[in-house]
Write a protein that binds this ligand. Sequence first.
Ligand code: T46
Length: 141
Amino acid sequence: MYKEIEGFKFIELPRIIDGRDGIISVAEQNRNIPFSIKRVYYIYDLKSDLSVRGMHAHKSLEQVLFCVNGRFELIVDDGYNKNQFKMDTPNLGIYLGPMLWHEMRKFSENCILLVLASDYFNEDDYIRDYSEFLSFIRQKR
Ligand code: T46
């Protein structure tokens, strides 16, 4: 049972299948992706299922995460509730709005994590300390 987390939603891309082998899934800015895409990055060559990535929140960045190959586990935390998702479906993305602590772990060896982001890279947008994240959240309420 998932807990209610504001700024989080699933985004299902279409799966275009014709008579040929293969499937096309399409992401379009300001259509099925709820922002203008300024940056695309991907994480791959994950050699150990003990790797942990993320462990931060963004102050204003919006992102949609896709697992386009393999699988990993995503943990999303709004400072009050925490949800865990198995990411293993290439056309099923997760939208993460600002101020959501997220962690990625349990990567399969062939995992490719594709991210569409609403802004350019900016280290100042990161909150990398969990207690700092919690105090930001508590200030907001
Ligand atoms: C996120 C999750 C899902 C850049 O220079 N430019 C970039 O666009 C990115 C994404 C990273 N970097 C540099 C910054 C660090 O020196 O790459 C290094 C690793 O970045 P980070 O520790 O943030 O990587 P992850 O895998 O923990 O997090 C990444 C994204 O950075 C982050 O925004 O939400 O994936």
